[in-house]
Write a protein that binds this ligand. Structure first.
Ligand SMILES: Nc1ncnc2c1ncn2[C@@H]1O[C@H](COP(=O)(O)OP(=O)(O)OP(=O)(O)O)[C@@H](O)[C@H]1O
Length: 503
């Protein structure tokens, strides 16, 4: 988070003392804290929910006019996830957040739920915290003093001084604030201030944490680390809800769940992966290279036409949870990971190091792509280069020389001897040769000819003409299989080196 100081706080955070880890409330097995590939069944896994939630305020002279801000919105946020409430300015994000956090209590109708039961507001206040944009830190206190004051106020009298101190130390170390414990809060950087605000709240170990614009005022690196920290908090079983303005694509990918408001209604709730296909079904096509979150906000702001009512009705104003199911990784990825998981359990496959090791990744990729790699265009666009736009640029570069020197356009003895080697490594040549031999080779009988003379009446003549009379089918098969193995090994080495370099 903070430049210059290599806190490496995420490492500390992962090794957090068990005292800071939350005993899950009654969060059912479906929560994603344990497995991001699990498909969620909101009806049983919902931690924080709201039904038909409306909010209106009185405004105008003598407060006679009624202004509706939220219109019977519904939603459910799971423990173990980071949920981002998004929407254009004035959509009702802060209003919804304030209601959910229990800050706004008047002018509301509808139900607020915890674990699918009407929530007890007193209990909820103890279980939750709200971290505002403005952190309100006392400028003249040091980090440790600020924690000490907060601990005296938040922890009950049954907690001894020593226990308080231990807890403070643990939290400061876990959040990478230990090195700056003696620094006055006014001298902290933006990222450190944000972490201190979280540290203060962690003293009472809340189950549900609300953050109003946690990334505002942070640079991109600090923003990323802030979201990572929130993800870690979520992975310990907490329900994390944030409001965020136009997250970058990389930040967006880190969010588990989006809840998007437009004009006080819900136009989308679901995974980040679901945004593009969801909009496509309403004929809203997010341009390539455009951040889907930005596009969604543009749609919510009405920049692409009158779609809000349609999206609200498709989303059932927040009752539709279908788009939650599109989790990280496409379905084929999920299936292959599940298959490899199964193989590992059965002892058929042993990972090189851990499920995130290059061996695992390579094996997974190999398995996932095995069926489609036979087709070369898929190979160069998705498997080899992995990105469509890279494929468009580099694909022809790799494909064209091998196509030209495949034996279809020019033949071996027609080209300069210096260039003949390309024939011998052209996978298209071997594919083409194998195909031709399978069709016309092996003493195939004469082909039908209705004219007086057919040059290729005898398939052998055709093979001689295309310079394949001496070609051997098994060589083609061996070359192509060898190439697949070679590329796979190369991919493994590349992945391995990449991971080694990162360490
Ligand atoms: N107490 C209030 N009195 C009058 N209008 C209000 C009140 N609270 C909210 N509103 C109105 O409700 C609408 C939604 O406000 P809210 O602050 O929730 O929007 P927002 O999505 O958080 O916007 P921003 O991103 O700009 O903060 C706005 O038009 C706002 O003026």
């Amino acid at each position: 988070m903070d430049e210059g100081q290599s806190f490496n706080f995420m490492k500390h955070f992962n090794n957090r003392p068990t005292s800071l880890k939350v005993e899950l409330l009654s969060i059912p097995e479906t929560n994603s804290a344990r497995n991001s590939y699990v498909q969620h069944d909101v009806s049983i896994g919902e931690h924080l929910g709201f039904r038909n939630l409306s909010y209106s305020v009185k405004e105008g002279l003598f407060k006679r006019k009624n202004k509706q801000v939220l219109y019977e919105v519904n939603g459910g946020f799971l423990a173990g996830e980071v949920t981002a409430i998004m929407g254009p300015s004035g959509a009702g994000k802060s209003t919804l957040m304030n209601i959910l956090a229990g800050y706004t209590t008047h002018g509301i109708s509808g139900e607020l739920l915890v674990d699918s039961k009407i929530r007890n507001e007193n209990l909820f206040r103890k279980q939750s915290c709200y971290i505002m944009q403005d952190d309100n830190l006392q400028p003249l206190l040091t980090v440790k003093e600020a924690m000490g004051v907060a601990a005296c106020l938040k922890l009950g009298s049954d907690v001894t001084k020593e226990e308080r101190q231990t807890r403070i130390d643990e939290i400061l170390k876990a959040l990478g604030l230990w090195q700056c414990r003696l620094i006055k809060t006014k001298s902290l950087s933006g990222g450190q201030r944000k972490r201190l605000a979280i540290a203060l709240e962690l003293l009472k170990n809340p189950q549900i944490m609300f953050f109003d614009e946690p990334t505002s005022g942070l640079d991109s690196v600090s923003t990323k680390q802030c979201i990572l920290l929130l993800k870690q908090l979520a992975q310990e079983g907490r329900t994390i809800i944030i409001t965020i303005h136009q997250p970058s694509a990389s930040i967006c990918e880190m969010l588990d769940h989006l809840y998007v408001l437009a004009e006080g209604k819900c136009i989308y709730q679901g995974s980040v992966k679901g945004v593009v296909p969801y909009l496509q079904e309403s004929n809203l096509f997010c341009p390539a290279y455009h951040n889907p979150a930005d596009y969604l906000i543009e749609v919510a702001a009405g920049e692409h036409g009158e779609y809000i009512d349609l999206l609200v009705s498709r989303m059932g104003n927040g009752t539709n949870h279908d788009w939650r199911k599109m989790q990280i990784g496409d379905e084929s990825g999920m299936q292959s990971i599940e298959a490899i998981d199964k193989m590992m359990r059965n002892g058929l496959v042993t990972p090189v190091r851990s499920p995130t090791s290059p061996g695992f990744h390579w094996l997974d990729k190999t398995k996932r792509k095995a069926k489609t790699d036979i087709c070369y265009d898929d190979h160069y666009t998705t498997s080899f280069l992995n990105q469509l736009y890279n494929g468009v640029i580099f694909g022809p570069f790799f494909l064209l020389p091998f196509t030209i020197f495949s034996g279809f356009f020019v033949q071996l003895y027609d080209v300069h001897p210096y260039m003949r080697w390309i024939f011998h490594i052209s996978y298209i040549k071997y594919g083409f040769e194998g195909l031709m031999l399978a069709i016309f080779g092996y003493d195939r009988e004469k082909m039908p000819c209705n004219a007086d003379y057919c040059n290729y009446h005898y398939p052998k003549i055709f093979l001689e003409d295309v310079d394949m009379a001496d070609a051997v089918y098994s060589y083609s098969v061996i070359f192509l299989l060898g190439l697949i193995v070679f590329l796979r090994v190369l991919a493994f080495i590349a992945l391995y080196l990449r991971i080694q370099l990162r360490r």
